[in-house]
Design a protein around this ligand. Sequence first.
Ligand SMILES: C[S@@+](CC[C@H](N)C(=O)[O-])C[C@H]1O[C@@H](n2cnc3c(N)ncnc32)[C@H](O)[C@@H]1O
Length: 535
Amino acid sequence: MIGPGLGEASSDSYNRIPYPSYPYSQTHPDHLAALGILTGISPKPVNKCRILELGCASGGNLIPMAYTLPGSECLGIDFSKDAIDKAKDSASKLPLKNVAFLEMDFASLDRSLGQFDYIIAHGIFSWVSKEVQDGLLSACQELLAPNGIAYFSYNVYPGWHLYRVVRDFMFFHTRGSSDNKARIKSARSIIEYLSATMPAWQPLLGQIFSHVQGQIKNSQDGYVRHDFLEEVNEPIYFMEFVERANSHDLQYLANADLNTPAYVPGDVASTVMEGVDDDIEIEQYMDFLRSQFFRQTLLCRQELPVDRTIKPGRLTTLLFSSQLTAPPTHTDPISTEVMEFEGPGDLSAGTAHPLTKAALIHLTTVYPRAVPYKELLDEAWRTLARADADAPNIDDEQSSKDTEILKHNLIRFYSQSIDMMRFHTFSPGFVTEISDKPQASPVARLQAQSDLPITNLYHQNVTMDQFPRDLLGYLDGRHSHQDLLEIAVESVNQGLLEVAVNGAPVKDPQQLRENLAPVLESQLKVMANAALLVA
Ligand SMILES: C[S@@+](CC[C@H](N)C(=O)[O-])C[C@H]1O[C@@H](n2cnc3c(N)ncnc32)[C@H](O)[C@@H]1O
């Protein structure tokens, strides 16, 4: 047989090449609860709930999550002994009383675990056999609390029909070896070679090889092993996934990522989907049009009344945060000019609507704080009133029209990307003021000692250079700014950090202090703005 046969991934395979275990902000119950509220169900408050992560690996997702939700109970399950031992070890180094890990096969899941308000199965479904997939859905139905939300991510067709060519080729090319590391190395190098050469003589396939090369280039070996060289990889069409869920008395609630990863022009979508009004069918059409290869789907119990047409009125119980920044010389919000808010990455949000501009200005000013709806609206109106003190009072009708437009715009930005606009159901416990003896999240401090990404209190990964990463370790609430400065000076003395003025390295301690003090203060500010400080 060319390509993988039907098999079952064993715990041994995950023990030998561990899967990189990272936090995924889109799996955080806060995000799931916001989507639950938007779709008309009443999810359990996230700071008093039970969370189950299936296939938690070494706890890279569940541990930071548990830290942000001290009032909730978190349980992680995985059949890899090594991964569970590592998860327990990491958790034991943190002040956490609300997280537990069990070495267990999915086949042994049963009601004795009790019910959970949030069940997370990230990167699991496609990597187990059909029987185990059904077992997972059935366990999920039994273990999900009445208003519970389950998150599943999985590989989908039609995108995976394209990837499959590359995956089968990797399998075929490495078929002679049983040494995992050697297989990964060989697969990486042949894909790198073909992605560089193939587009010239085989443009159609060349594009696919190049795309996969882009995916695996900077990824860890565990990703290549389990996504491309694993025996089991069972992609599925979205509609089939929904039907399979239905057959276990679960229903489709929402996409965890509302955004559409690849653009489809509106007229193409409307031509292809003329007369189609079922939202599940629309999702499936969109998968064909986008060549979708991965999905993140939220499920809930079949009997819950779900309304997936997001009603702006449901926004009023939520909180909002935005990582956008206002244009440096922003015009008066009252004007009808479009204001473009930037980033992160190459994201941007433009609006000419005065109330929306004023609301975004407030969010950008107070970031990382999440703002309750009422405060957002009141502040936005206040900003407009200040900007145009002479304007006559707006009548009730106009004011409610503007409020509706604001709500629609918030949903529009949120649907574009949660990196641009986030909806929350609670405020995590970070501080934005820098104290005399700053304290960073203990999770981030522990992560800084490894090669793991640094996670903030919004469960997002924060990119950091080496100096702030090293600094994090000392932000334990016992070191003053002066102590931190001396530590930075010592880092220069030990050759771990370099300070140069006009290209010449600085060695003199006093000069070092003068140069490092502003750097230190600005790094602390960056950390506070990144929701990393807790005291
Ligand atoms: C591809 S990894 C995904 C890990 C993590 N959820 C993530 O997305 O980063 C799959 C995980 O599921 C675990 N796993 C696979 N089959 C399992 C089973 N039958 N019972 C329990 N755990 C299983 C593996 O040990 C591994 O940690």
